[in-house]
Each structure stands twice: as structure tokens, then as C-alpha cells.
Design a protein around this ligand. Sequence first.
Ligand code: ATP
Length: 949
Amino acid sequence: MADPDSPVSGRSETGFSLTTPHLIIGEQSPELPHEPQMNYLDSPEFLDNNWHQKLGASVELSLENGIDESQVKNTHKTPSVKFSTICQTFEQELSPEASFELPPPPKLEENSLEDCFPVTSTGVGCRNGEASYIGDGGVPEIEDIQSPMDICDSEVEGDYKKLVKDYHSQRKELEEMRILLEELRKENRAKSGECNEAWKSLKELQNELMRKSMHVGSLGQVKEKGKWFSSLRDLTRKLKIMKMEQIKLAEEASAYKKCLVDMKEMSSTINFTVNQQIDLNEHLKAKFVEGAKERKELYNKVLELKGNIRVFCRCRPLNTDEIAAGASVVVDFESAKDADVFKDTAPFATSVLDGYNVCIFAYGQTGTGKTFTMEGTEKDRGVNFRILEELFHIIRERQKLYRYSVSVSVLEVYNEQIRDLLGSGNQAGATAKRLEIRQVGEGIHHVPGLVEANVSNMSEVWEVLKTGSNARAVGSTNANEHSSRSHCIHCVMVKGENLMNGECIRSKLWLVDLAGSERIAKTEVQGERLKETQNINRSLSALGDVISALATKSPHVPFRNSKLTHLLQDSLGGDSKTLMFVQISPNESDLGETLCSLNFASRVRGVELGPAKRQLDTYEYLRYKQLAEKAKLELKSKDLQIKKLEETVQGQEVKIKERDFRNKSLQEKVKELESQLLIERKLARQHVDTKIAEQHIKNQEEHIKAPIRPPLGSRPLGSLKNVSDPTTAPVKDQENSIQPLVEKNNSKAQTQVPFRPMNEFVKYIDATEKENNPDMVEQSFLPSRTGRASICPIARRMPALPAPRRNSLIPLPSTPNTTQLPLQFLPLAPFSADKKDDIDDPEANCLPRQTPCDSPKATITKAGSRKISSILRRSIHKRIQPKSPTQHMKRGVNVGMEKVRLSIGSRGRLAQRVLLSNGRRPGPKGMQKQTQKEKEKERGWNIGTVGRG
Ligand SMILES: Nc1ncnc2c1ncn2[C@@H]1O[C@H](COP(=O)(O)OP(=O)(O)OP(=O)(O)O)[C@@H](O)[C@H]1O
């Protein structure tokens, strides 16, 4: 509703309202003289004069945009409605809400004629030159007038009668005019009601149009379309990234596949070759092992046949002292002269390297040559050197098949004490370290802290042997005596590994130079020497006991009865080989000792140790077993790694397949979205095109069907006779009424406003690329695509601003741009009741002459107005959305239809409303923030309120 305080809407001088349909009262009031040369404002002739160009402003009316109040204030003049001063002059300021009602005619005074026409000599005249109503009773009839003979002559009488006659005629005409005026009032009331109804309907139409527009906008889903495009771009970008990743993964997978195939081929080839070699080696190994085993068995069988405890008796020759003393030789055997003792000793070296424990010791009386046999001299090497030499010789021979390590320890047992001859305690002044025997395993005894000198060649062996011999001599002032009262033991420890089958052995070679076995009674020693002799005899007796136990296969062997037997436990048992040298003296004086030694040798010789047992190195065996298990675990881990690698490759392949599937699904989704978008767009275009085409057709039909209502008030009161003349008046009026203004103007509109078909716009927006390209904004058709028309009474030429893109299909606000509008849509000229002012005003000549109210063509106008009203009602009831503006005029009532601008071609961008009237371009948010009052003003009617400036 209009603001009642507004001077325009509340107290409009024209009686028009911004929000209500208005009535236009023609310029020709009854008292105005008829000027045939003046044209009506809305006549085609007048329009041809381009009078609107002289007008200062025009306002375009539409439902969506009203006229700014300030603009209305400044740009129009509101005429007042005036009727003839003869009849009545009034200025009625009509309220915008109230219907247009003419004020009631003034009551005629019955006696006014007498006042107006006093019976004087001057006759009837007008007061102040204005006509007055004369009552019926106050007007004398011609017959009733008495001729004043004294004051009037015949000439005056004639004038008087003529005046009376004119008075009567004018009185009749006045009555007719009153009747006509009453009819017009009634018709005015009816039209006002219709206009109100039409206004209400138009408001409903406006709301409906807004809903439709919003619906169309929602159909387009313009906002969502932007989101869709952004989502499409994101999806496209993600798709590209995923495609790149897919390509990389595919390349990696193919490389993995190739590598895997190559690796498989290589591994299969290598495995085949390795398997072949393994089979061959296994075959050779088996053969070799069988051969070696056979050799060992045969060799061991030979040794067994010879006896595991072999006893050699060696008799030294008489020395120079004995020869000088004339000692006799009691021992005589041919082999005693054979010095080649070591020939049968060398095979024990092979047994040591094969893993057998060997014990070689020399037993005999003091000075019989035990040390000479075991150690020898530099020119004549003893058993120790020779057997070690033989040992390293065999090692060299077996170096391709076996790997050996040899270490040598030198110790002595003196008075039942073990002494390390290679240790630091053997130096002068040093305290000898006491060593103990420990059993570290089943049948394995070890002396903790005993120095083990690693040797790899005979020079090293010789150095070790020499060191031990020197250490043994340091401990006594008399080296010969000391050596006779202690057991000197060389322990050669051999560790061997069979390189073919990994078999390891750990064996010992005991080389023992025993103390002299003299009888105590013979030596008659006392004190410390007796103690030494007792210890020596005890140890030798223990050795005899052990050998006796072994010979009798006693379950208990007393190895621990002495340090000597305890040390030699590993090599005196049934698992070892033993060689004993029995040293005897050939001197007759030593015969008893020689017999004792031979008896002892006889007992040892009779011992059957049984088959020897190989000393396998269980430690190395366990170690290699652990290594084998570790290798198996590593092999399993490698297999697991290979399996994991294969699983990884398979997983990558699965991922690639999943990504391929995902890419395909995304591509299909993108295609679906694009197709859906195109369909939505086409539907929106078709909908809008259909609406536009329907509205255009209906508007054309309405313009064709709507007859023009003859203007009212085109004649003065005095021209009533022309009305009565049916032969002349209709001819002239026919010129204005035959061709409706709307129709004429519509023909011009068709030439001036070529409504472009929407297909022209659609062809620019079909390309999807242009949708996404913001730079591709339509340019050429934007100013003309508006297709807007105005029903404003006055148009003003304004340069057309380039229409920006729209965000929606919401109808745009109106614009005063009328450069391309058809003339029937141009605003009407303002009505001015003041004729003088209008005449003086040069622009007033351009104003239309409205149909006077007293026009004899009132009946025709009424019929035309009824037709227009019926059309209007039908159009309202049909709720047609008027796109093209229409103009309906009926007896000064100018009913304008809103125009709707529908613009399409957002092409994927948010459309924007275009406000051409004031250059504003409010966005959707700005439009929403408008107050209801402003919306009503903008969407309201503003007919006749513009262009007056
Ligand atoms: N077969 C032999 N040929 C020549 N000389 C020998 C032989 N055997 C021993 N002799 C000489 O006999 C002497 C004594 O020898 P030897 O020291 O080896 O005897 P022994 O038994 O070790 O004495 P002891 O018990 O005191 O150690 C040495 O001078 C040595 O040269």
C-alpha cells in the first residue's frame, strides 16, 4: 500500500496513486473551447510529433519495480480535474485509495436566472463573464414576457426573445449534460470498483508472477548450478590427479611385473643350476665320504689289529761311563739296534687328525733314554717333534678337505702338582701358578688357565717345545735330576673341520715323558727326595692300576688316583690309542729295574682297549647345527619376503583395478551431471520461451481485440448539436476510434522493439565451455534482450546500459530506457486542466487532448471500456503473466499492465538482476534485504507519475 503521508500517494494532485490504477481525465473540460487543430495526447497524430522527447522523464512501470518516490516528486506535475466554470469548477484531490468520484454537481438555484438575467434594458448577461445555471422556474417563457413598451422597443424585444430561446436551448443542453454527468458518475463508480478489483487481481498476479519467477529461477537451479560446476571442476581435477596416479601406478606395476618375471626366470635358472651342482656335489661327497670312511675303517682296523695299546721297548746303549766301568750288557735283541722307532709311530698322527685321542708316553728307569726318545736331540729328533711334523704334513695334505687348528700346551706334574711350563710363572723368581683339572664334558677334561700356544708350522712347534724345556730346567738347579723326578707332558690339541660335510673333530695328543721309576730301596733317598720318589712311584703305580683296570675291564678305572692318570684319562680309556715306550738299560746292574719295567710293559701290552672312538666335536656340530637352523630361518624369511613382495604386487594390481573402476564411475557421474545440467537448462529455456511466446501472442491478441475508447470531453458544451448530428460527428470521431491507439502503437512497437526469440539467446548458451568461461559474456544482445516495454505515461530516452549477466530468472526491475520501446508503451502525457498555462507552455502543445467528458461519443467509449474491462478481467482470471506491456485507455482511465523482463542466458553463471532505471544492480541478497515497503513501491503502479519533470 502506498504511504499515506506521501504527497504523491496520499494526496496526489492528479488523483492517481502509485499503487492504484488511475484515471486520466482529458484535457478538454466542458468549458474549454473545442480546438479542432489540437490532437489528443494519445492519438497517433500526436504520437507522431514525438512529443515525448520533449518531456523530461519517464518512468517505466512494472510489477517488479515501482517508481522512486523522489523521482515521482520531481518529475511530474499532477493536473487537477476541472470542469467548466460555467457548470462548476472544482479541484478535487483524489485520494489514491479512493475511487475516482466526481463531486456532486452543484444544485441549481431556481431563481438564479432572475439574478443572472435581471430584467433590465441591457438584457440578460453573465456575471463576471461566467455562465450560471438558471432554474426552470426562474426563466420566463417567451410568451410570458410582456413587452415593455416604455423601455423596450421591438428590436430589444427580439433580442430578448432570442436570448430566452437560447436560454431554453442551453437549459436543455444543461439538463442533458447533467444527465450525462450523472451517468458518467455512475460509470465512474463502476469503473473505480473494477479498477480496484483489477488492482487486487494485479497484485495477485504480481505475487503469482513473483512465485513463477522464483519457480523458474528454482527450476534453473542457478545457485546449485554454480555448485555443480565447482564440484564438476573439483571432480575433474581429482580425476586428472587420479589418472596421473593411475598411470604412475600402472607403470610401477608393469615394472614390478617385468622385474618379477625376470627375477623368477633368474631364480628358476639359478635354482636349476644350483640344484644340479648340489646333486653332483652330493653325489661326489657321498662317494668321497664313503671312500674316506672305508679308508678310516681299514686304517683303524689295522691299528686295532696292531693293538690300541702298543708297547715299544727301547734299550739304550751303554754310555761311555758304563763302558769304562766295564758294565756288562744283559739285554740282547736284534731290534734293539734299530733306531727307526718312529716308523710305527707316525700312523698315530693320522689317527689324531682323524679325531682319535692318542697318548704316547715313555716309561722306564732314570737315565734309560725316555727324554732322549721323546724329545731327542737337534740332530736326532724325538717322537714329539716327529709326530708333530707328521701331523702338519698330513694337515697340509688335507688342507683342501679339512681345516685344522693346532695348539700346544706344555706342563709338568711334580709332587702331584700341575705346572704350566708356557705360563708367565715359569720365569725366574715368579711364583708358579697351581692348576687344577676340570671336567667340562662327558669324558672331556680340561685344565683351566693352561696356556695353549697355537702353532701352524714346525718352527713354531720347535719354539714352543724349546720354551717348555727351558722352563722345566729353570725350576731346578740340577736340570737332569729335576727332569727325572717330574712328569713332563705335552698336550697337542687338534681341531679339525671337514670341508666337505662340515664334520668337526676335536682330539688330543698326549706326549708324556714320565719320571724315572726307580725303587726307593735302591735309591735309599730321604727327606725331600724320598717325597719326590714316593709321589713318582704313586703316580706310576696309579698309572699301572689304571692300565690294570682297563686290562681287566673293571667297571671302575681309578683315573683320579694321581694327577697323571687324571690328566691322561681322555687318552687312556677305551676311546683312545696308546703307545708306550718302555725304556730299559742294558747294564747288568740295572737288571732288576729292567725287569720291573718289562713286567709293567707286559701288563700294558695285555690290555685290550677295544675299538677306539672318534672324538667328534659336538660343540662345532651344535654350532653348525645352529647355523644350519639360522640359515633355514633366513631362507624362510626370504620366502616370506618374496611372498610379501608378490602380495604387494598383487595389492598394487588390485588398487590399480579399483582406481580404474573408480575413475570410470567418476567419469560416468560427470557425464550424468553434465547431461542432467543440459536437460535442466533446456527445460528452463523451453519454459521461459514458452511463457514469453504465450504472453507475446496474448498481448498481440489483446491489442488487436481491444477497441479504442473515444476520448471524452472532446467537445465543448456548445458543440452538442454536433452530437445530435449523426452524419457528421461519427465521421470525425471515427478517425480516432476506428483505429485503436494500442493497435497503431503496437504496429510501431513491432517495428521498434523487435523481441528477439529466445532461440537467439539460447544459441549462445548452449556451449558448455562458455558456461564455464566467465569471460565469454554475451555482449551484443544484452542491451536489446531485455525486451521490456513500459506503460509509463512519459518516456525518457536514456542510454541503454550494458546489461550484466543475471543470476536468476527473477523479473528485473523496470527501467526508464524507452529508446526501443513501442509508442503504445510510452507514458502518457500529463494532464493539465489549466488550459492557459498549457497553451502558453510550448510543451503543452505536445500534451494530448483527452476525450472530453461531454463527448457525444460517450456511448461508444462506454462500450469500448466495457470490452477492455472484460478483456482485462479475463486476463486477470487467466492469470496471464504479462510480458509485453499493454495500455488500456477508457475515458481518461489509463490502465497499464506491468511488464516483465525475463532474461535467460546466464550460461551457468549466477544471473543478476538488471536495474536500468537508476543504474543500480542489486544482487539477490540486496533484493532480499529490501523492505516490504520498497518492494511494493518498486512493484507498484506508477502510471502517470513520471515524465512530468
Ligand atoms: N738310544 C740311545 N742312543 C744313544 N744315547 C742314548 C740313547 N738313549 C739314551 N741315551 C743317552 O743316555 C743318556 C740319558 O738319557 P736320558 O736323559 O734320555 O734318560 P732318562 O731316562 O730321560 O733320564 P731321566 O729319567 O733322568 O730323565 C743321555 O745322555 C742320552 O744321550
